[in-house]
Design a protein around this ligand. Structure first.
Ligand code: GTP
Length: 598
């Protein structure tokens, strides 16, 4: 394919502004999805994604298209995820494109992630076409939103596209704009091969599947390729593109986007961001690469039945093959026994992994409260990285604790500025900037400890602004803070899985709140259960549950045996996600009570 007739583009948007819906309409319009197998949100491949309506793994589709100018084009639509937890994937996908469609909901306007995504696009030197979506809705105000885009982002909106991804109105104009307004890729077919790996995953039949974009040179099936960073060579066994089903190609040239299999056994054989070249005539210069993703949030995953440890291990191993941002290693908890310390990008990532483990691998788990990573200097001059609060050294050994901070941009209508500032201050935030984006919308910038925003910040922000606020954040640095370990004791024994690291100022309040939440979530037992929160040796809170056994069959008088059995079954069901600690039964909710403490 001649490079002049190729267009590589992504769709970027704030969450829910209609990115996936627009992608679906483009695929329909270009005949990529027949009515028969038309499923909403074709690009969201995994069942889980379809249910949640979010995109986790970037997908690409190669679309042959005959344009109004009579010429045949190939459009490569490279999908990007929409959630802040996955912004690194957005950035990678954009590196494979020349342009992006910026979808803005015409009833909402520019939101925090609209801006964050535009910045990522501009960092990658992309041409950006604004698309105002949802114009079928009566509250759409295209004129005002176009003015907002011009003012806030600086994009010319004089003849911007006004579409309804829902009804398909003007989607044809979007496709024509891609051809007319986005630049074609450049690069010589005769130059040494230089291709960028922008995604890869493990497939049990094919081995590692690599998504790549050729910058220069030509790649053929059967070629011996070399991975630039590792110097390892592989033979290309399969070359192709998703149309949207996989289709095989013999050769691909500059500007083209496709997939490749080369008997690679592990994801490390094809690191995302790396450069593919030929073993025989290698390129001298690699693509600059991406920042490696590092898990930022850690939690313990424990099997409910200790005998399921090996099964859980096998499941984690499989999941990790497909998700380089997810890590795990064995750990032992006094309370929970053998399990794993797992690293994630954020809370949504934890939820997704947990759901996949339960759904695809039938694993029954206890997840402990997630924690950020702390850096600790000890009095003996050691530097420790602590991803599990129970591992925090004794206070007498600690010289200083450093915690991660994020820079956060919040967009909000001006009437909600007060509650947003109050929330940020409560979360130990430091205000950095505040300014009007438009006469009615304000952007507020704060630097806030990541631990404070990780849990319930988003929910609180939504409820205090009636859902009108949006946010974006990135981790910036580590700062020293006066943190202490809060321990929880059940009937006098510390339960390591409940330990958390909190700011000293809030520690007593948090201790009381957690103790109360635990009292409520731990069912009464046949004996008294005493729950205490302690900082060092000092008890800061104490709650007790009086003895009691919920005899669910008491009312059945021994008469109706089937009813009795049903009730007992039900009680067993309720016990499923519980762990026995000493002789106290503790349900999963209790482990997360730590999170919801105010
Ligand atoms: P993520 O994949 O979660 O990032 O969201 P998205 O930006 O892809 O949004 P999605 O396409 O899932 O659309 C969000 C919601 O808006 C869905 O309920 C869509 O049906 C709806 N929607 C999308 N486009 C339009 C439109 O043009 N008009 C109307 N009325 N609704 C739309």
């Amino acid at each position: 394919m001649k490079t002049e007739n190729i267009r590589n583009f992504s769709i970027i948007a704030h969450i829910d502004h209609g990115k996936s819906t627009l992608a679906d309409r483009i695929l329909e319009l270009t005949g990529m999805v027949s009515d028969r197998d038309k499923k909403d949100q074709y690009l969201d491949k995994m069942e889980l994604e379809r249910e949640r309506g979010i995109t986790i793994k970037a997908q690409t589709v190669r679309i042959p298209y005959k344009a109004a100018d009579g010429q045949e084009y190939v459009l490569n639509l490279i999908d990007t995820p929409g959630h802040v937890d996955f912004s690194y994937e957005v950035s990678r996908s954009l590196a494979a494109c020349e342009g992006a469609l910026l979808v803005v909901d015409a009833t909402q306007g520019v939101e925090a992630q609209t801006l964050a995504n535009v910045y990522l696009a501009l960092d990658n030197d992309l041409e950006v076409i604004p698309v105002l979506n949802k114009i079928d809705l009566p509250s759409a105000d295209t004129e005002a939103i176009a003015a907002e885009i011009e003012e806030v982002i600086g994009l010319d909106c004089s003849d911007s596209l006004h579409v309804s991804a829902k009804t398909g109105l003007n989607v044809d104009k979007v496709v024509e704009a891609v051809i007319e307004q986005l630049p074609a890729p450049e690069g010589s077919a005769d130059a040494p091969l230089k291709a960028l790996i922008f995604d890869s995953w493990y497939d049990s039949y094919q081995g590692v599947v690599v998504l790549f974009r050729i910058l220069e040179g030509t790649l053929k099936k059967g070629d011996t390729i070399r991975i630039f960073s590792t110097g390892k060579d592989f033979d290309v066994t399969r070359l192709g593109a998703f149309c949207p089903e996989p289709a095989d190609f013999k050769t691909m040239g500059p500007g083209e986007v496709g997939f490749m299999c080369a008997s690679m056994k592990e994801l490390g054989d094809a690191p995302v961001g790396d450069t593919i070249t030929h073993a025989e005539r290698p390129t001298s210069e690699a693509f600059p690469g991406f920042k490696p993703v590092k898990p930022m949030v850690f939690a313990g995953l424990y099997p409910i039945e200790p005998s399921e440890y090996e099964t859980l291990k096998a499941a984690l191993e499989k999941l990790q093959l497909n998700d380089a941002a997810f890590t795990y290693e064995p750990e032992t908890s006094q309370a929970l026994g053998f399990g794993f310390r797992c690293g994630f990008l954020g809370l949504l990532h934890i939820e997704i992994i947990q759901e996949r483990l339960e759904r695809e691998f039938d694993a029954k788990l206890i997840t402990t409260a997630p924690s950020v990573v702390y850096k600790v200097d000890t009095v003996d001059g050691e530097s420790l990285v602590i991803d599990n609060p129970s591992k925090l050294p004794d206070p007498t050994r600690i010289e200083a604790i450093h915690e991660p901070y994020v820079r956060m941009d919040i967009h909000v209508p001006n009437e909600y500025v007060g509650p947003v500032l109050a929330l940020c201050e409560e979360k130990r935030g430091i205000q950095k900037n505040m300014g009007y984006l438009t006469p009615t919308r304000v952007m507020i910038t704060y630097e806030i400890p990541f631990a404070e925003v990780m849990y319930d910040f988003f929910d609180k922000l939504k409820s205090s602004t009636k859902g009108y606020a949006s946010l974006d954040y990135e981790i910036i640095d580590y700062r020293q803070a006066d943190m202490v370990k809060l321990d929880i004791l059940i009937n006098g024994d510390p339960v390591d899985a409940f330990s958390c690291i909190v700011h000293r100022e809030n520690s007593a309040r948090q201790g009381r709140s957690i103790a109360l939440k635990l009292k409520r979530s731990i069912p009464r037992q046949m004996f008294e259960v005493v729950i205490q929160a302690a900082i060092g040796r000092k008890i800061v809170a104490k709650e007790r549950n009086a003895p009691f056994r919920k005899d669910v069959t008491a009312k059945c008088y021994g008469g109706d045996i089937t009813r009795k059995r049903k009730l007992l079954e039900k009680q067993k069901e309720g016990k499923k996600r519980m762990r026995r600690m000493g002789n106290v039964e503790i349900p999963q909710e209790a482990f997360l009570a730590v999170l919801k403490a105010d």
